[in-house]
Design a protein around this ligand. Structure first.
Ligand SMILES: Cc1cc2nc3c(=O)[nH]c(=O)nc-3n(C[C@H](O)[C@H](O)[C@H](O)COP(=O)(O)OP(=O)(O)OC[C@H]3O[C@@H](n4cnc5c(N)ncnc54)[C@H](O)[C@@H]3O)c2cc1C
Ligand SMILES: *[C@@H]1O[C@H](CO)[C@@H](O)[C@H](O)[C@H]1NC(C)=O
Ligand SMILES: *[C@@H]1O[C@H](CO)[C@@H](O)[C@H](O)[C@H]1NC(C)=O
Length: 393
């Protein structure tokens, strides 16, 4: 899933909402509380406020009460305590890549705790990594690899923040091999809603540790994670088999892909199907693409059962990369987010999960591709969604 061109429908922009007025006294009290702790803050009207309150997904416009930029765990605790003292809701923002701008609260009037000043990343002597939650995935991958060739599983977009990504999942093509990013957490530092900083792990506040691995935004602000890491695979084979075919042929390719992913794809193979509609109607484009973590010989053994069940691809692309180069190719950009400034998009996205035990039936696959190739192609949305299906464990 490339960051620039993922499953997006470019819809019309929502209308810009005017800042909902915050009572003067609330603003003054919040300002003096944050100021007493010397926290840098953007209030409505300040020079940084307009850009700091922009959502990555420009369909959404929210006006936070203020955006505060803590530099330490204690600063985060102070910010939460200040918000409590004036009864304001709080939301953390890590990379800001929430599909629905939940890093801006998902509504007007929150105090946003922007973690972008908290960017420490350290690989410890026991090969665990300590990562503050202001970091983005690309910078984490770079630092881990440059500290003894280490790696972790996570999504492909370098600009996604670790706070949201690790708090709710974190799925990458390497997740069949290693799990989700949240599975790698060994412990976390968390500021609770009452402003108390605690450590959560399997032996300390274990119920909180369980809860933050999947629902972190509902339980606190994680300021730092300690993660398990892995030796980066030396050989990463990125492959794409592409077709532009009739809906019926696309259905049979997709069925073969689904059967293969369910029955015989090894964990070293990360796989996805990207489906789209070419300009000329009644055809569907489908690309079976992914990464194999291992040698060329083992890749051939792994992929041959799938290739035996699908037509000869119209185009094939297979290349072997080192770890960082493979991440860069998947992300479609460099990994250092200081050098590549954050982008934006305007999109609507929706996800459907199919349980492994009850995958899509032949009938549902057929009607899905018939729709994509017919009504889908003539849909009046500016660009019809590029659908992707990833297989987890
Ligand atoms: C272009 C793009 C590509 C993506 N690719 C993938 C992918 O390959 N795999 C995948 O699994 N997902 C992917 N995602 C989804 C992404 O993982 C989630 O949107 C994630 O929540 C973004 O994290 P963030 O920190 O950037 O977002 P934010 O908007 O900062 O935060 C998202 C949510 O988490 C909360 N939060 C943030 N930091 C913390 C914290 N420290 N403690 C507690 N709560 C916190 C926020 O309040 C908000 O509710 C992609 C998203 C985009 C926009
Ligand atoms: C990214 O580039 C900047 C500027 O060159 C550098 O200071 C920083 O250390 C780099 N980050 C990583 C994670 O390598
Ligand atoms: C905050 O909540 C936690 C968990 O309920 C509790 O242990 C702690 O004492 C509370 N702190 C304050 C300052 O009330």
């Amino acid at each position: 899933m490339k960051c620039s061109a993922f499953f997006a429908v470019h819809a019309t922009l929502g209308s810009l909402q005017l800042a909902s007025a915050m009572p003067h006294q609330v603003r003054a009290d919040l300002d003096s509380c944050l100021n007493a702790a010397r926290l840098s803050t953007d209030f409505p009207g300040s020079s940084g406020y307009a850009s700091a309150s922009l959502a990555f997904n420009r369909r959404f416009h929210y006006s936070p009460a203020a955006i505060v930029f803590p530099a330490s765990d204690n600063d985060v605790a102070v910010a939460v305590t200040c918000a409590n003292s004036v009864n304001l809701p709080v939301s953390a923002r890590s990379g800001g890549h929430s599909y629905a701008a939940f890093g801006l609260g998902g509504h007007d009037g929150s105090l946003i705790v922007d973690l972008s000043k908290m960017k420490t990343i350290k690989v410890n002597s026991d090969q665990t990594a300590t990562v503050q939650t202001g970091n983005r995935l690309g910078d984490i991958a770079l630092t881990l690899f440059n500290s003894g060739g280490r790696a972790m599983p996570h999504g492909t977009c370098p600009e996604v923040g670790v706070g949201g990504h690790s708090g709710c999942g974190g799925f990458g093509l390497d997740s069949r091999l290693w799990g989700l990013l949240l599975d790698q957490a060994l412990s976390a530092k968390v500021v609770l809603s009452n402003g108390t900083l605690v450590t959560a792990s399997s032996s300390e506040n274990s119920d909180l540790f369980w809860a933050i691995r999947g629902a972190a935004p509902s339980f606190g602000i994680v300021t730092e994670y300690r993660y398990k890491t892995y030796p980066a695979p030396p050989s990463n084979i990125i492959f794409t088999y592409s077709y532009t075919v009739s809906p019926t042929t696309a259905s049979s390719i997709f069925s073969a892909y689904q059967d293969f992913a369910k029955a015989s794809a090894p964990p070293t193979l990360g796989l996805q199907a990207s489906i789209g509609t070419p300009k000329s109607g009644n055809k569907v484009s489908i690309a079976l693409t992914g990464v194999f973590y291992g040698s060329k010989a083992d890749f051939n053994t792994a992929i041959n059962p799938l290739l035996a069940k699908v037509p000869q691809p119209q185009s094939t692309n297979i290349k072997t990369y080192g770890w960082l180069d493979s991440l860069q190719v998947l992300g479609g950009q460099g990994l250092n987010t200081t050098i590549i400034p954050d982008g934006s998009d305007t999109f609507f996205a929706k996800s459907l999960m199919v349980p492994q035990e009850t995958p899509m039936t032949q009938a549902s696959i057929k009607s899905f591709f018939d729709y994509i190739g017919n009504q889908g192609a003539s849909s009046d949305t500016v660009s019809f969604p590029k659908l992707e299906q990833d297989f987890g464990h």
